[in-house]
Ligand binder design. Sequence first.
Ligand SMILES: Cc1cc2nc3c(=O)[nH]c(=O)nc-3n(C[C@H](O)[C@H](O)[C@H](O)COP(=O)(O)OP(=O)(O)OC[C@H]3O[C@@H](n4cnc5c(N)ncnc54)[C@H](O)[C@@H]3O)c2cc1C
Length: 715
Amino acid sequence: MSRTRLLVAIVVAVAVAGFFAAGGHRYFTFENVKAQQAALQSWHDSHPVRTALAFFAVYVAVTGLSLPGAALLTLAAGAVFGLLWGTLIVSFASSLGATVAFLASRFVLRDWVRREFGERLKPIDEGIAREGGFYLFTLRLLPVVPFFLINLALGMTAMRAATFYWVSQLGMLAGTIVYVNAGTQLAAIQSPSDILSPGLIGAFVLLGFFPLIAKKLVDAVKARRVYARWTRPAKFDRNLVVIGAGSAGLVSAYIAAAVRASVTLVEKHRMGGDCLNTGCVPSKALIKSARVLSLIKRSREFGIRSANAEFDFAEVMERVQRVVKAVEPHDSVERYTQLGVECVQGEARIISPWAVEIKRGEQRTVLTTRAIVIAAGSRPLVPPIPGIGEIGALTSDTVWALRRLPERLVVLGGGPIGCELAQAFARFGSKVTQVEMLPRILPREDAEVSGMLMQRFRDEGIEVLVQHKAKEITIQDSRKILVAEHAGGEKRVEFDALLCAVGRVGNTAGYGLEELGIPVTKARTVETNEYLQTRYPNIYACGDVAGPYQFTHTASHQAWFAAVNALFGGLKKFRADYSVIPWATFTDPEVARVGLNELEARERNIPHEVTVYGIDDLDRAIAEGEAHGMVKVLTVPGKDRILGATIVGEQAAELIVEFIAAMKHGIGLNKILGTIHIYPTLAEANKYAAGAWKKAHAPQGLLRKVERFHAWMRG
Ligand SMILES: Cc1cc2nc3c(=O)[nH]c(=O)nc-3n(C[C@H](O)[C@H](O)[C@H](O)COP(=O)(O)OP(=O)(O)OC[C@H]3O[C@@H](n4cnc5c(N)ncnc54)[C@H](O)[C@@H]3O)c2cc1C
């Protein structure tokens, strides 16, 4: 805790202790207020303004310091100042005092709470940002919830102070009027409990829930308005129609079929979508062949004097297609039909919130459905660089058709796809130049992670040009040249083929979103709420088309929420849970991450500790000839709680799973350290990282005592 925070905490504690030590609590009794009523009245009669100001100050101090007595002061206000002035004074003083307590609690405790609860606080903060005002209003109206507790508890959340102030003032007004009014009749009241009859408490409770009920009603009215121009069918052909049979669509349809819903899955192109046909599967197959070549090249390192690889790039690409074919049955029409999904080949178009038209050649059919899941995926973004249209730029969609290895390849983009393909092509023998406009490749990862990969790429002969912005592509005497801006100058790179890997954009056009008025975000994804609902509550979106992540595993994770909410949302809806999201870049070395890295922790101002274990020291990695990389873990300072982990090295994507499971199930580094890891494995790196953390947190005082004990035992 900082010195100023400590000082504030001490001042508050001393003030509270002083209040009790001076017997202040004895003045704040019902009997005393009644007994002092006449004296208070006479002060007020002789100095009305001064009395009002003094009373206001006392009220703010009592509530600001969370001292008992606010209710009695409110009664006194009624007795002395009457209903109107009493209400005005108390209303402002109590709101101000509450805000002082709220701010003090925030100043002293918020950082501690953030440290203690880390990422788990995020959903609460998001909930507060969304509906905090409603909840506060309800709490303020419920006389059973102590006033000071609300102030202190909400101070620890991310609620805005201005919202807290005005909602408190509004929420407390009814209770204030009741108490001040009772104060005007002070003589007739025997005890404070006479003020709140069970009927009145019941009325407050109803009033408290009113805003929440009103919100639900407003939501329902909004939904009705969205549907107003459409005619709802009396009956539906299907429970669910899913558009797109990629990772997101397949899982949505599968879940629907598993719970015996009638579901149709529409795919206009190939079952399996990007992941199977142009993404994860072919890229990993290509990377494997490239890896084999790289190992052959390194044969001397493994004690093999000579090993030569003879290969034909076309055969490598044929193998890639064989791998796709081998995986294809997992996503096939046959498999999904067997699972109970109706699979339709055709182009889907949403023609009303409850109807999807499917076009197959000239044939058009319309299916009515209770709910729709949009899982239309994404496509590579080709930036509008002058000249790019003339050179037939490759993308992750088209690169798989190559059968001749480009001699000189420019890879535009330093993200995961660009990095994976740049290294693979370089290993086959292309002279690869990777062009990235940011200062480093894999810019979302920590700087040293990018540094390790960049170093490896350069060692393998890839020219990595960072801070180079592609400006134009020209053709001079049939030579293709990329012109990039760099440090005020120009860099010209001659190439035979250019692969564009600068990002992917959601498929949001041409299938009815425009006609239905379903909004698209700035990131060019379908706009959804936390339940993955679009503007029409019965139309959902998931996967790349919905964002914010673009991975197969996040697409299928979201698909569960979209399908379950689409089918059962009337009973219970689930918020898509993004609390533990992992991913990997399958370069060599691999880069895998779950949760926060240092960059994000700093950007989001999240207190953290960093533990790093270098894999160069790991027995198995040494035996494998892969002694490089690191395990980097972020934890809550002084706590055994993992905020995130990054692994760079051989099999990093496999190793990270231990941290994914740990974060998902709230397991800390102590537990990882206490788990037997098979020797010798790469997974031991996780245990050693946990060991490094443990060592840094060893109880030094206790160890000194134990040392003395051992010395004493030796005599
Ligand atoms: C080169 C590359 C490598 C990748 N590697 C990995 C990796 O290693 N790990 C990982 O997790 N992710 C990886 N990804 C990302 C992964 O492929 C995507 O995140 C995933 O495929 C998204 O699935 P989806 O279902 O949202 O979309 P998609 O797989 O794109 O599926 C959408 C489907 O919808 C269909 N469709 C669209 N509109 C209509 C319509 N109107 N009617 C009917 N059908 C329609 C499309 O034809 C498509 O088949 C990689 C991507 C690429 C490009």
